[in-house]
Design a protein around this ligand. Structure first.
Ligand SMILES: *Cc1c(COP(=O)(O)O)cnc(C)c1O
Length: 371
């Protein structure tokens, strides 16, 4: 019987292995491992790819988001206790970046159709203490509309994007995620659409002053050696990861297109009354399918059935942040849409190396599921 992992990093990187090894050897032989030519080249290639002026390579995606809030605090744009609106339906790192800076997360429910922040509900969550919105392009789908931008403009709110899952996605008018708001954090965790061979991340912004603060904040709090303006972090991308990302960046759009083809194929082939499929995005480019998520009230049985067919599935995510032990102070909140999604979502394999035959096989297994 065929066997499918949810994601094989080995298969994902195999087509680039030769180039990656050459680039790694170049870094090893250079004797220069931080803040060097690879980082510089990566930041400028990424700026050109996104069409944004400032890219700051950092250690990981969570740090990218933490650093954005930390820099805004240092600039006086945010104060401890300020409220930041965040989707209740997200990976915990989005919330960690807020609470790590003594800011207050205000959880807003998702729209069931997109799993993304419900921008109508968002307006009701705004109070006189609200200062920012952290939008998450969950599963790779752009979360950006007029309602969101209008609300931010009217209340003078910062918009920060959690772009960890959506690098390469574009709004219907062609702008890339990571360039839409005031600042964005992106992750290059190995399983993300552009994955490093270890941890890495970046901050992107149009705001030069913010970029300078982030650079200093990520370098112990100073822009000059042994002179510090802020109590910072050590959070820099290393030369090896920058070199790996330089190899893989030119293939990102092609891989995202393949993810999109696979999603369309699933949408066409899967026909099972117990399985709810994801909606088609507004425009093909507005979703880069970091995950392909279906829903079923019979999740345990469905996942077991798939396992018996040799197909690994996953759950992104089984426990929402407000129900985690780490956030006891929010455990009492009732966010029923988020909680229902957490109980019903199942992730299917969608790696770009999968062939049409693979997807036919997996879709067939899904169609054979009965309760
Ligand atoms: C992966 C991820 C992060 C964190 O990125 P790391 O590089 O793993 O720290 C943040 N937010 C979302 C939505 C993510 O998926």
């Amino acid at each position: 019987m065929k066997q499918y992992n949810l994601l094989s990093l080995q298969r994902l990187n195999a087509p680039y292995a030769h180039e990656l090894k050459e680039a790694a050897a170049r870094v090893i032989d250079s004797g220069w491992y931080l803040r060097g030519k690879e980082t510089e080249a990566f930041e400028s290639e990424m700026a050109a790819y996104l069409g944004t002026p400032h890219v700051v390579g950092v250690a990981n995606g969570l740090d990218a988001l933490r650093l954005i809030f930390k820099a805004y605090m240092a600039m006086g744009r945010l104060q401890p206790g300020d409220e930041v609106i965040v989707p209740a339906n997200t990976f915990i790192a989005s919330v960690l970046a807020i609470t790590d800076n003594n800011l207050t997360p205000i959880f807003v429910e998702p729209a069931v159709a997109t799993h993304n922040l419900d921008t109508e509900l968002l307006q009701q969550a705004i109070t006189p203490r609200t200062r920012a919105i952290l939008v998450v392009h969950l599963y790779g789908q752009v979360c950006w509309d007029n309602t969101l931008q209008e609300a931010a403009r009217r209340h003078n709110l910062l918009i920060i994007e959690d772009n960890a899952q959506a690098l390469g996605a574009r709004t219907p008018d062609g702008k890339r995620t990571g360039t839409l708001g005031d600042a964005a954090g992106t992750s290059f965790y190995p399983g993300k659409n552009l994955g490093a061979l270890g941890d890495a991340g970046m901050v992107t912004t149009h705001d030069e002053q913010l970029a300078q603060h982030i650079r200093a904040m990520a370098n112990y709090g100073g822009s000059q050696r042994y002179v510090y303006q802020h109590q910072g972090l050590n959070s820099r991308i290393d030369e090896l990861q920058a070199a790996m990302l330089l190899v893989k960046l030119p293939y990102l759009d092609c891989e995202n297109t393949r993810r999109s083809e696979i999603a369309q194929l699933y949408n066409t082939l899967v026909d099972n009354p117990h399985i709810t499929l994801p909606q088609q995005p507004l425009a093909a480019q507005a979703h880069v399918w970091h995950q392909y998520i279906v829903r079923t009230p019979h999740r345990e049985k469905f996942m077991q059935h798939m396992q018996q067919c040799g197909i690994e599935t996953g759950i992104h995510y089984p426990i929402p942040p407000h129900k985690q032990e780490a956030y006891k102070e929010y455990n009492h909140l009732a966010l029923p849409i988020t909680e229902q999604l957490a109980n019903e979502v199942v992730s299917l394999p969608i790696a770009p190396y999968l062939t049409d035959d693979d997807i036919h096989y997996i879709a067939n297994a899904i169609n054979q599921f009965s309760i």
